[in-house]
Design a protein around this ligand. Structure first.
Ligand code: MG
Length: 305
């Protein structure tokens, strides 16, 4: 039994920030490898408009080919996405809202209020069909337009998405400006509104603080953390790079602390190596991944010398 749940978001949040087009066959293979590595919860894709994110335009085909094992989610941005989602056999629907008004407006051209009200019928449909709802609340530590986002504001948005029926709420440090103290304050504030077993942290590594922030979140009682294999989507050369923390970095951190994640680090590193060599053909940024690959290459070089 894993003490910590790693929520793999690479196939959706990672790939949507990658410039290279990835075939549906390769996405199915990626999911198969992630499942084999022990990732039990995976966000597979998004039912977003194909014109908005062409990389995920194959969502309807992909969800018919999901490898068995993991509990999958898919992003459902709106009613049109829901009509596509409901044809698939996926137990968890996910949606986004920002804690900051300006970020929400830049993303969906609506206020937080209007966005949540527009999503309400979808949330009701999700519940009526006995499915689960995962809410991503972004900009929880800071907004690229407004700067600091007070914890009280995040708590208010958490309260609103719980009213919509969200079973799990993933708090996203979208621009990676959080610090351990800030994360502690945030988790304590949110714990007054929602049970922590329904709270996840989605921490970006933009400024190299993600692992410190994960540790702070863990010490405050959070047990679910989002991550992307190899740091997929966090490429510094990709415009709009997400900065997702690498799954290997989380698995390695928890392993070093004797905390089980149920994820096979070697299998995960091999999966990122396959993505890098065979699919994307450019380096992935994850630090533990890079170190492990470097060590393996040096060992091979030493043997062949
Ligand atoms: Mg992300």
């Amino acid at each position: 039994m894993a003490a910590v749940s790693i929520y793999e978001v690479g196939p959706r949040d990672g790939l949507q920030n990658e410039p290279e087009s990835v075939s549906t066959d390769d996405k199915v293979e990626l999911l198969r490898r992630l499942a084999a590595a022990g990732l039990a919860r995976i966000e597979a894709t998004s039912f977003v408009s194909a014109s908005w994110i062409p990389q995920l335009a194959d969502a309807d085909d992909l969800v018919r080919r999901l490898p068995p094992g993991p509990v999958y989610s898919a992003l459902v941005p709106n009613a049109r996405g829901w009509e596509r989602f409901r044809k698939a056999d996926i137990p968890v629907a996910a949606f986004f809202v920002s804690a900051s008004e300006t970020h929400n407006h830049k993303n969906v051209n609506r206020s937080v209020d209007a966005h949540l009200e527009a999503f309400r019928p979808v949330a009701e449909s999700v519940r009526n069909e006995g499915l689960r709802l995962r809410a991503y609340v972004s900009t929880v530590c800071g907004c690229p337009y407004e700067g600091d986002v007070p914890a009280a504001r995040v708590v208010e948005v958490v309260r609103r998405v719980r009213e919509l029926g969200a079973d799990e709420i993933s708090l996203g440090d979208t621009i990676g400006v959080g610090s351990p103290g800030r994360v502690r304050e945030l988790v304590r504030a949110v714990a007054g509104e929602a049970p922590l077993d329904g709270i996840a942290l989605h921490l970006h590594d933009t400024f190299g603080r993600a692992l410190a922030n994960v540790a702070a979140g863990y010490e405050e009682g959070v047990r679910t953390f989002d991550a992307s294999l190899g740091g997929l989507g966090g490429c510094p050369y990709a415009p709009g790079a997400s900065g997702n923390v690498a799954t290997e970095d989380l698995v390695d951190l928890f392993a070093a602390e004797g905390i089980a994640t149920g994820v096979d680090l070697d299998a995960l590193v091999a999966t990122s190596a396959w993505m890098e060599d065979a699919v994307l053909q450019r380096p992935l940024p994850g630090r533990v991944y890079r170190a492990r690959r470097g060590a393996a290459a040096r060992a091979e070089g030493a043997l062949s010398d």
